[in-house]
Design a protein around this ligand. Structure first.
Ligand SMILES: Cc1cc2nc3c(=O)[nH]c(=O)nc-3n(C[C@H](O)[C@H](O)[C@H](O)COP(=O)(O)OP(=O)(O)OC[C@H]3O[C@@H](n4cnc5c(N)ncnc54)[C@H](O)[C@@H]3O)c2cc1C
Length: 440
């Protein structure tokens, strides 16, 4: 089995850890050379399940992996466009929000452009446990992979995204009848494009709307129905005033705010990021429904203020029990497949919770610098990226804060190393460096 030692291991090659890799290369080249990123997939892609060709990023391209921290960086989105010869055309398009495909390609380009941080593909982490224990102190982690390999590291950064939320009602349906948005593009090909499917999309936010539109367009003989709890589809709240709360500098304010204020901020900011749609999508869907009614060819349906109380397979069809919130009555909706635009689990991801459990911790948070709060007996560090909305604000899962956050994490790692050199910690950087295999 493959085993190796590194100083810093980053789990997941999504935007968060790619921003970290860039920050390492620019701010801490020595540590960068002793760092490894592992990614479960064979390539780098952004939100691969929803990489629909017409979908756009909702954040300015200037909030890329690096520009807000270092506008002169070679890893900027503008340099990416320049290096692939599309800068003129992008400028001419006149937009701040690139296609999702371009962001994804930009991420892959950044990954290819790294010169010091190593990136390994096809490596899915399945567990983390204490690795080195010196004089009763945990000074490193042992990370286990699905392929049976292991990596021992001193510090860890988890940037593995959030866990998909599949409501309990759908848990007993056979897998081939339920598609979560995170796997949409991987699985939509399982259905015959000419089939007269009855497809139900659950949810009323952007991912649900994108699946609704995509299935409507891709399955011209299908009936597609959206079921949502809300009173109807709504647009993103996009005031320039509240958009200031996505500045990386607002993280300090949020982090220092009292619990009631944090709650208010998250509550009032909810529709800036969740449960809203881009204006073009709202218009597309409304006009399509209007035209279908006009021409008597209705295929796109919406059921509002409805709760799906139960889902079961009966003969060859999925039967959904819908509770109408207005009347209190229940009804049945029969379909062939359910697409879930139900988002992500709010609590910490299972991988992080199991790491905490492995060191006897069941409740944890992170410091201002994203370091997991662990008992004093654990000197090895764990940083969590993208899962700290409750302490760092609504932008935490977004691209907006990545560049600055990556710099802050690198700063914290370096500060720790300066301290530990003074303290003559059990394993010095030089020892760790010596233990890292050099590429052939
Ligand atoms: C459909 C959709 C659209 C979005 N659009 C925007 C937008 O326009 N603007 C914006 O700012 N944010 C957007 N977001 C929010 C999104 O969370 C961030 O843009 C960003 O992807 C977060 O980056 P991340 O690196 O934290 O997580 P992710 O992007 O989820 O990346 C995590 C990476 O870790 C890998 N991984 C996971 N588990 C393991 C494991 N066990 N072992 C190894 N590798 C693992 C994954 O394969 C993945 O590559 C969108 C989210 C969705 C779902």
């Amino acid at each position: 089995m493959d085993h190796r030692d590194v100083e810093l291991l980053a789990i997941g090659a999504g935007p968060a850890n790619l921003a970290l890799a860039v920050a390492l290369e620019e701010l801490a080249p020595d540590l960068a050379a002793r760092s490894l990123i592992v990614e479960q997939h064979e390539d780098v892609a952004w939100q691969r399940g929803m990489l629909l060709p017409w979908s756009q990023s909702q954040v300015s391209f200037l909030k890329d992996l690096v520009t807000l921290r270092n506008p002169r960086s070679q890893f900027s989105f503008v340099n990416y466009l320049h290096s692939i010869g599309r800068l003129d055309e992008f400028i001419n398009l006149g937009t701040f929000t690139p296609y999702r495909l371009e962001i994804s390609d930009y991420l892959a380009w950044v990954a290819r452009s790294l010169s010091a941080v190593r990136l390994e593909h096809g490596r899915r982490v399945v567990g983390v446990e204490p690795g080195d224990v010196v004089a009763g102190q945990v000074t490193g982690w042992l990370v286990r992979f699905a392929d049976g390999g292991t990596v021992r590291c001193r510090d860890l950064v988890v940037g593995a995204g959030r866990d998909a939320y599949v409501p309990a009602q759908f848990a007993t349906l056979p897998r081939e009848r339920v598609v979560h948005s995170t796997e949409y593009l991987d699985r939509v090909g399982e259905f015959d494009p000419r089939g007269a499917h009855r497809m139900v999309v659950v949810g009323g936010a952007q991912s649900a709307a994108e699946m609704l539109w995509s299935t409507h367009q891709g399955f011209p003989n299908a009936q597609v129905t959206m079921v949502m709890r809300s009173i109807g589809l709504n647009g993103y709240e996009s005031s320039k005033f509240t958009n200031e709360l996505f500045y990386p500098s607002f993280v300090d304010t949020f982090n220092a705010a009292q619990p009631a204020a944090r709650e208010q901020l998250l509550g009032e900011m909810h529709r800036t990021n969740y449960s809203g749609l881009a204006p073009s999508m709202l218009e597309n869907l409304y006009r399509t429904m209007y035209l279908e009614r006009l021409t008597g060819t209705e295929r796109l349906h919406m059921i509002t203020m409805a709760e799906i109380a139960d889902a079961r397979l009966e003969a060859d069809e999925v039967v959904l029990t819908l509770l109408d919130r207005k009347s209190g009555r229940t009804d049945e909706l029969r379909c062939d497949v359910v697409m879930l635009g139900t988002g992500f689990v709010k609590r910490m991801p299972a991988l992080t919770r199991s790491l905490a459990a492995a060191v006897g911790v069941d409740d944890f948070t992170v410091t201002r610098n994203y370091r997991m709060t662990l008992p004093d007996s654990i000197t090895a560090r764990v940083y969590l990226q993208g899962v700290n909305e409750s302490t760092h604000g609504i932008a935490d899962s977004l691209i907006s804060v990545l560049a600055i956050r990556a710099g802050e994490i690198v700063g914290d790692l370096l500060a720790d190393r300066q301290l530990s050199t003074a303290d003559s910690r059990p394993r010095s950087d030089a020892e760790l460096l010596a233990s890292v295999p050099h590429p052939a």
